[in-house]
Design a protein around this ligand. Structure first.
Ligand SMILES: [Mg+2]
Length: 407
């Protein structure tokens, strides 16, 4: 049409095309936060599905929780701008990114997040769908959002619709809710230490620890139990009932295997009215979360943006949860969660993983991998702290990267 302005996709806006995708590994903390050295609360006799084997009960590192390491994805545009992201996935994820996923980005316009996600997911569906492959896709997707933000000179939270509140409010995950309370957090989530294989003695220890924390934290502070997939429906029901009656537990998290949707539906029916059932950190994609929501498995879903499919997929997951009246409280994941949560009414607070070994003080969640990673002060982060292009963080040059594959 004469006089009309041509709109030919993102190139009309002059954004630089994607030149190159690279994948690296890093070890020792960072996005693979289980990869810690020495004594650390996160590896201190925590109940897991492997706790039925006494030889794997004391330490999660003993069964290999830290074998993957961190995945770092870099996406470079033709003008030299580099977007990056970190998640869990290590060397096998590097292979998937370099040898399979990179082809769907290079030479393309960085605004094509939907099309790129769709091609990454459906091209890997025959061996992917959940787990490692979705971690790799998440890493690429987050790096793409970071690049897009940097090219546009805007924080990712602006690209997602803008902040709906002035600050993020956090609960703390770690072994010391009493210290978290003094640091200004709104609640504390404890790891469960004893699973069904440790019998009634283990159950009594679980209740005793919670009761001790209730005494130290007072009646109004939220206390939650993270069960890391370690229980069965019967044990989880008994734990939920006693923890509610005796200690005012706020929620029971990830009590069962993420594949046991039927068990979660039963647990939700069995749990005392008022106690919340939460899960989802090891669930992936809109289809996995649809199962949790349609089968009425839980009150709160907890997708990890680095494991569920990235920001592009989390948008779909969160919209569906919103229509079902479920809260979305993402699992950990630092700035990648913060930029999302601040834009959502159905994510009224967020998780902060206390990665100090004690944990007796606040340190950045992905330390030492990122520079500029904001941390809660008095349990809060101002929305203005996110006001930097992309996700607003840089890679720490002191953390060595290894690139095992090229293409
Ligand atoms: Mg958890």
């Amino acid at each position: 049409m004469a006089g009309s302005v041509p709109i030919g996709g993102g190139c009309a806006m002059g954004l630089s095309k994607i030149k190159h995708v690279r994948a690296f590994t890093a070890t020792g903390g960072g996005a693979d936060y289980h990869d810690q050295q020495g004594a650390h609360w996160i590896d201190d006799h925590i109940a897991t599905p492997m706790s039925r084997y006494p030889e794997y009960r004391q330490s999660r590192r003993s069964f290999g929780i830290n074998v993957l390491g961190t995945l770092v994805v870099e996406i470079e545009a033709e003008d030299g701008t580099i977007g990056f992201a970190v998640t869990t996935g290590g060397e096998p994820a590097c292979y998937i990114v370099e040898r399979h996923l990179a082809r769907f980005l290079e030479g393309r316009d960085p605004v094509e997040v939907e099309k790129i996600w769709d091609q990454m997911y459906f091209s890997t569906q025959y061996y992917g769908r959940k787990g490692l492959v979705i971690n790799a896709i998440s890493g690429v997707d987050l790096a793409l959002w970071d690049l897009l933000g940097k090219l546009r000179g805007e924080p990712v939270c602006h690209l997602l619709g803008g902040a709906v509140r002035d600050e993020l409010q956090f609960y703390a995950t770690g072994a010391r809710p009493d210290i978290a309370r003094d640091l200004g957090f709104i609640g504390g989530k404890l790891p469960l230490h004893h699973g069904p294989a440790e019998g009634s003695e283990g159950m009594e220890k679980n209740i005793a620890l919670l009761a001790d924390m209730r005494g130290k934290c007072g009646d109004d502070f939220w206390l939650m139990y993270d069960c890391w997939m370690s229980l069965d429906v019967d044990y989880a029901t008994r734990l939920a009932q006693r923890a509610w009656d005796e200690c005012g537990l706020k929620w029971i998290e990830e009590a069962l295997s993420p594949d046991d949707y039927w068990g979660y539906a039963q647990l939700k029916k069995n749990a005392p009215r008022g106690l919340l059932v939460t899960t989802g950190e090891h669930e992936a994609t809109r289809w996995g979360f649809r199962m949790l929501l349609d089968m009425e498995c839980c009150d709160i879903i907890q997708p990890d943006v680095g494991w569920c499919g990235g920001i592009t997929e989390l948008i779909k997951i969160a919209h569906y949860a919103d229509t079902r009246g479920a809260m979305v409280i993402p699992h950990g994941s630092s700035v990648y969660s913060y930029h999302f949560v601040v834009t959502r009414h159905n994510s009224p607070f967020a998780e902060f993983l206390m990665m100090h070994p004690g944990p007796t003080e606040v340190v950045p969640m992905f330390a030492p991998q990122l520079l500029g990673e904001p941390v809660p002060v008095n349990g809060r982060i101002r929305a203005s702290a996110l006001d930097r292009p992309g996700f607003g963080v840089d890679l720490n040059p002191d953390v060595p990267l290894h690139r095992p594959y090229t293409h």
